[in-house]
Design a protein around this ligand. Structure first.
Ligand code: HEC
Ligand code: HEC
Ligand SMILES: [Ca+2]
Ligand SMILES: [Ca+2]
Ligand SMILES: [Ca+2]
Length: 462
């Protein structure tokens, strides 16, 4: 009975194939809709809840790629010194800090000063009114694009900073209240005259986990989320920033920094070396102090070797994302419902898939839960810095990713949020929302206490 046997074989092959195809499709659907919510960084999620939760490498990195990450890690933590020196040279002459790690402690977030102590993990961008050929903020004569509050021996810092905090109270509909604080920055000891109309923008260091995944979100997906003229009438617009990228020599979609002022991690890291530490690289070969009295005239550019620079960029690109916790807790689930009812999810987009990229397989085609659209939103006058940057107005900020935010206290030992770190709790951060998020904040204000707490439980589970 040869013949029917063959038919049977062929038939069963078809059957198996059909079942396989069907389950494949099923898998895809399941993937998109009910994928394991804990996997905030897709395959690059780590189950780490300690002080090192933002410092882990992509779990799938191996061999030479893991070695490259570790090399970058060592240089990220290294303390730079002024030239000439055998290692980690080129600090200053003016700078904000002598190491990436000092601001991004444990790869996490910085906080503002409380009074008159030196700035530790934050900085100020500066500019004068107007914009340059690529739409960039205009460099302030004598100060450039950033205020350096420290200098190496024999040189003058550009200025110092102190702060006063104004306290206020916000009320919920049920009569409960919450104390808020707002910084008033004072700039002191300017080394030279201040140009007319110089604007300052305070920024604390944001956490760095998952950066490589955010860079791999296809540009069209971000542009699809934009609704610049609010055509759907929900009060929320969302605008892409368009910024100059020095390495690519063209305008690109902004993604990084509190106003999406950098398109690529190359640009962001090169800018950090140059402005934050006074260290030149192949992307920014000129000292930030060029043309000022602090310029050292030492021809040692670039101060950071290309291979080291690239390893630090690779390190930042391959920092994993910590998994969510307590996803099945009923209170957390209730909080998640409120997060959508309050339209928080219209800016803090929960789920996006990264693009397919054969050159970066670890971050390719990953279903991630970053809780950001990487777009600019008008957050109202309360949060305004009044310093425009490219397409971003003085009231607009990039939606920060919320993944990992519930681990801030553990990683950094504080609960300071928002671009200048003014919020001392997640609820304070929410209460400062205004502008496009006005309806969201009003929704939260009207919630009963149990639901407000549920929303916070959800945020802490991220
Ligand atoms: C003086 C403190 C300071 C130092 C030093 C510093 N950073 Fe930052 N970093 C910041 C601040 C503040 C921002 C936000 C900048 C902005 O809004 O434009 C930032 C942003 C970033 C971002 C983008 C984060 C995001 O969410 O978009 C990356 C990546 C980054 N830094 C990496 C580095 C690396 C690598 C180094 C060392 C070469 C470094 N930083 C040194 C303060 C610092
Ligand atoms: C219109 C867009 C938008 C909506 C709606 C929105 N947010 Fe935000 N959110 C932002 C932006 C932009 C920031 C950064 C503002 C700043 O730093 O000045 C932010 C900051 C935050 C932060 C602090 C993040 C950090 O890294 O410091 C939290 C927490 C947060 N939002 C939670 C919420 C919650 C909860 C809701 C709903 C009640 C909500 N947001 C609604 C855009 C939005
Ligand atoms: Ca230097
Ligand atoms: Ca400067
Ligand atoms: Ca809209």
């Amino acid at each position: 009975m040869k013949f029917p046997g063959k038919i049977l074989l062929v038939l069963s092959c078809f059957l198996i194939l059909a079942v396989l195809l069907h389950s494949c499709r099923k898998a895809e659907e399941w993937d998109e809709e009910q994928s394991d919510e804990r996997l905030s960084g897709g395959s690059q999620t780590v189950f780490s809840e300690g002080v090192g939760a933002f410092s882990e490498a992509f779990p799938t990195l191996t061999g030479t790629r893991l070695e490259m990450h570790d090399l970058g890690d060592a240089h990220f933590e290294a303390t730079f010194v002024s030239s000439p020196a055998p290692l980690f040279q080129g600090l200053g002459t003016i700078f904000n800090s002598n190491s990436c790690f000092n601001c991004h402690i444990n790869d996490g977030r910085g906080k503002p000063i409380l009074n008159t102590e030196p700035l530790a993990s934050m900085l100020f961008r500066v500019s004068i009114p107007g914009s340059g050929v690529h739409g960039e903020p205009l460099s302030a004569p004598g100060y450039g694009g950033q205020l350096q509050d420290k200098a190496t021996f024999g040189y003058s810092p550009e200025a110092g900073v102190t702060v006063n905090w104004i306290e206020s109270t916000a009320f919920f509909t049920d009569g409960d209240s919450i104390k808020l604080r707002e910084p008033v920055w004072n700039f002191v000891n300017h080394y030279t005259s201040v140009p007319a109309g110089m604007m300052y923008s305070a920024r604390v260091a944001p956490p760095l986990h998952g950066m490589g995944l955010l860079e791999q979100i296809d540009e069209y997906k971000i542009r699809e989320l934009a609704d610049v003229n609010d055509l759907d009438g929900d009060g929320i617009s969302g605008k892409p920033n368009s910024v100059w990228d020095e390495k690519n020599q063209r305008k690109m979609l902004g993604r990084f920094g509190w106003k999406s002022e950098a398109a690529t991690l190359d640009q962001q890291v090169a800018g950090a070396y140059n402005e934050d530490m006074g260290v030149t690289s192949y992307i920014f070969r000129t000292e930030s102090s060029f043309g000022q009295v602090q310029y050292d005239n030492i021809r040692d550019e670039p101060e950071v070797p290309d291979s080291i620079f690239n390893s630090v960029v690779f390190y930042v690109k391959t920092l994993a994302v910590p998994a969510r916790r307590k996803v099945t807790d009923p209170v957390v689930k209730r909080g998640k419902e409120i997060f959508s009812q309050a339209s928080c999810n219209k800016c803090h987009i929960p789920t996006i898939r990264t693009k397919t990229d054969v050159t970066f397989p670890e971050a390719s085609n990953q279903l991630i839960h970053p809780y950001t659209d990487l777009l600019l939103h008008d957050m109202g006058p309360g949060l305004a810095d009044q310093r425009p940057a490219y397409e971003a107005s003085g009231q607009e900020w990039r939606t920060p990713p919320l993944w990992g935010i519930g681990l801030t206290q553990l990683v950094n030992g504080h609960n300071n949020y928002l671009h200048d770190g003014r919020a001392r709790s997640l609820m304070e951060a929410v209460m400062w929302h205004g502008g496009e998020a006005e309806a969201s904040v009003n929704f939260v204000k009207a919630l009963p206490k149990a639901d407000r707490d549920a929303l916070l439980s959800f945020l802490r589970s991220l």
